[in-house]
Design a protein around this ligand. Structure first.
Ligand code: SAM
Ligand code: SF4
Ligand code: SF4
Length: 345
């Protein structure tokens, strides 16, 4: 995975440190629409929704001025359903290069032109959901032809060499045996991979959680193999500590210590603040401090280990170390494909 320059990373670390001390969020996820092109089996979104009261592109500037996150996710629903998504990115990105901006999308609507326009507007990382390394992806996402589309456009855009595309694979009971096969696919397509973990909280369905000792044993074998495949290029984007915690999450059926509402939060498509995408207590923009007091300080929910959470559960020294250690490792730097930097999501 392409790393940022030291200067850009120091900008992120500087703002992140300030936010940490002042209890502003490090990461904000803007869910720019509730509508979606897919109807995935593991998700509570799906199909068209009422988009008439969505924030407009210029509104995002106001949210950035107040919240000042150093990392932003643009997500949904399916963010590429917004025909003004490039304009939204322009309003989020500042001249300083901050925030580090990640587009989280299923890529059903991605085109070569849109990818380039989004890059030019300020997207630093494209997170592309992939649940299976073959046509089972279409069945799981209930979108015929999606895998075929990905299997042509991802390698084609990967070959441009920007090294900013990351396959985003949510581990479920259905794709557990495919964890390494999806890493193979990332290699074949010339892109990176990041794993996250299924949470039953979205849909209430426990079937896609790992419920048996056999499933947990398979998870451990698959993740052991993933660990053995790391090299200096950061193509397996999760930090080792994150994959370790993913094992614990599935084994224990939950993981405490969530910092939702404090270190990260969600802005809904209509502009309300939510602690996360699965907690629906909502606050106006100016009430982020109240959300910290009322929700974050007493939150005991342990029901997910999604990427945004896994990144921010860490204490500050650990987070800092995982982001800067590449600069001080001669071996890592020499093996890296590009200059070093942050964002092990
Ligand atoms: C909610 S989607 C929104 C962006 C876009 N539609 C996509 O699928 O990438 C963001 C990520 O959440 C993941 N996701 C959906 N349901 C989930 C669940 N129940 N637990 C954990 N992750 C989930 C998806 O696989 C996807 O990678
Ligand atoms: S995971 Fe993404 S693509 Fe699938 S239904 Fe949810 S929002 Fe839509
Ligand atoms: S563990 Fe945290 S991020 Fe996950 S659902 Fe609960 S409150 Fe939300």
């Amino acid at each position: 995975m392409r790393k940022r320059s030291l200067k850009e990373s120091l900008g992120i670390i500087g703002r992140g440190s300030l936010n940490w001390l002042t209890e502003k969020p490090i990461v904000v996820s803007f869910e720019v629409t509730d509508s979606c092109t897919c109807y995935c089996k593991h998700c509570d979104h799906g199909g068209p929704k009422d988009d008439s009261r969505n924030l407009g592109p210029a509104d995002y500037r106001r949210y950035m001025d107040v919240l000042r996150p150093c990392v932003v996710q643009i997500s949904g629903g399916e963010p590429l359903m917004r025909d003004d998504v490039v304009d939204i990115v322009r309003n989020i990105k500042s001249d300083s290069g901050l925030p580090y901006t990640i587009l989280v999308s299923n890529w059903s609507l991605m085109t070569d032109e849109l990818y380039l326009a989004l890059r030019a507007a300020g997207i630093d990382q494209f997170s592309v959901s992939l649940d299976f390394p073959d046509e089972r992806h279409d069945e799981f996402r209930r979108f015929p032809g999606l895998y075929r589309h990905l299997s042509t456009i991802v390698p084609r855009l990967g070959a441009l060499g920007y090294d900013d595309i990351v396959l985003n694979s949510c581990i479920t009971s259905a794709n557990l045996a495919e964890i390494n096969a999806m890493a193979d696919k990332a290699r074949e397509w010339g892109v990176n991979i990041c794993y996250s973990a299924y949470s039953p909280r979205r849909t209430g369905c426990r079937d896609y959680f790992l419920n048996s000792p056999e499933q947990l044993a398979l998870l451990n074998r698959e993740l052991d193999s993933v660990e053995a495949r790391r090299d200096g290029t950061n193509w397996i984007v999760n930090a080792p500590t994150t994959l370790e915690a993913t094992r614990r999450y599935f084994e224990k059926g939950g993981i405490p210590g969530c910092k939702a509402g404090l270190r990260f939060l969600v802005v809904t498509c209509r502009g309300e603040l939510q602690p996360c995408s699965m907690q629906f207590k909502r606050y106006p923009l100016q009430a982020q401090a109240r959300m910290v007091e009322e929700f974050a300080r007493c939150n005991t929910c342990d029901e997910c280990y999604v990427s945004i959470r896994s990144y921010l559960d860490k204490n500050f020294p650990q987070l800092l170390w995982e982001n800067v250690s590449g600069y001080f490792s001669f071996k890592t730097r020499m093996q890296s494909k590009a200059a070093p930097g942050p964002a092990k999501a």
